[in-house]
Ligand binder design. Structure first.
Ligand code: RUB
Length: 308
């Protein structure tokens, strides 16, 4: 298996997961593929890059960071193979650096919204949300975190380990205990797989329940989203596809064999409407959901004509 297929396989199987990491892995895979592929003409080069881009984008449908990263990386203007190769390598390096810088900026900006003594609830495993939490803690704020387990893949354990390694007091709860604990929470912070043009948030299944419970209890609900997680295609009226994963993640084969008539569903993400989101913490500042259109237009750098 070559390195490109290896990355695609690791994204599909979730060995590489989380919208930011998926995007960076795709940029690295394209950089290395462009760097080593053999093409006799620019047409051949172009077709190989297009196939590679498609292979990567098709691995997981929901995280918009993936097609955005692939699109930003695989663009080139030169008609010369060696120059086009260089352009792709440079694009990838730029994207990777910007993604790392964005995480850092989100941490700095988001930490200002955290007060000393805050109890924060988070869901799944978001490096952008964790950047805010660890930055606030490093600033000396006395904070603690309630982390949801996040069935079925239990990414809450990754989050708990990350926070505990950082010295942050952390409590793990099952997903169905979110409303029970909301009264103890000051702020909910989650990551984003995609932000639509209307400011709706697509994130790990269960996020919208946190938002509902936070709204009912009048608690802040923040999402941390790098600008490359905003979806340009939603400007064209496209929907963001919600990935349905294997039911084997939910129920093991033996149990299922004993319940032959049981139907099992496993959507991996859900949609939180903009009215439940107080603020989006991005690398270019804190914005209300209503600003999503502006972020897409000003920071994603391609024209509508290019997409239609
Ligand atoms: C991960 C998930 C994360 C976002 C943001 O889902 O929903 O909240 O991807 O993560 P999965 P980050 O585990 O299915 O990939 O902030 O790290 O990009």
């Amino acid at each position: 298996m070559n390195q490109l297929q290896d990355t695609a396989e690791k994204i599909s199987s979730m060995e590489i997961r989380g919208a930011g990491r998926i995007a960076k892995a795709a940029a690295i895979a394209l950089r290395d593929y462009a760097g080593s592929l053999e093409a006799g003409s620019i047409e051949e080069f172009s077709s190989l890059i297009e196939n590679a881009a498609k292979l990567l984008v098709d691995t997981r449908p929901t995280a918009v960071s993936l097609p955005n990263a692939v699109r930003l990386t695989s663009r080139y203007t030169s008609a010369d193979v060696e120059e086009a190769r260089k352009e792709i390598i440079n694009n990838a390096e730029r994207f990777i650096k910007q993604a790392d810088d964005a995480l850092h900026k989100i941490g700095e900006i988001g930490a200002r919204r955290i007060r000393d003594g805050d109890v924060i609830m988070t869901h799944c495993n978001s490096h952008a949300a964790l950047s805010i939490i660890t930055t606030a803690f490093d600033q000396g704020k006395d904070i603690s975190v309630i982390a949801t387990e996040t069935r079925p893949r239990r990414q809450g354990l990754l989050t708990s380990k990350h926070l505990l390694d950082h010295g942050i007091p952390t409590t793990l709860i099952v997903d169905s205990a979110v409303r029970y604990f909301m009264k103890e929470v000051d702020t909910v912070i989650v990551g984003a797989d995609a932000i639509a043009v209307n400011g709706a948030l697509v994130n790990k299944i269960g996020t919208s329940q946190l938002a509902l419970a936070a709204n009912e209890a009048r608690k802040n609900f923040l999402t941390a989203a790098e600008t490359y997680k905003f979806s340009p295609n939603t400007i064209l009226g496209e929907f963001i596809e919600i990935e349905e994963r294997s039911i084997n993640e939910v129920i093991d084969k033996n149990t299922l064999a004993g319940l032959p008539k049981l139907k099992v569903r496993n959507p991996a993400f859900d949609i939180t409407p903009p009215e439940y989101i107080d603020l989006i913490i991005t690398d270019v500042g804190v914005v209300p959901p209503g600003m999503a259109y502006t972020i897409i237009k000003e920071h994603l750098g391609w024209e509508i004509g290019e997409m239609v």
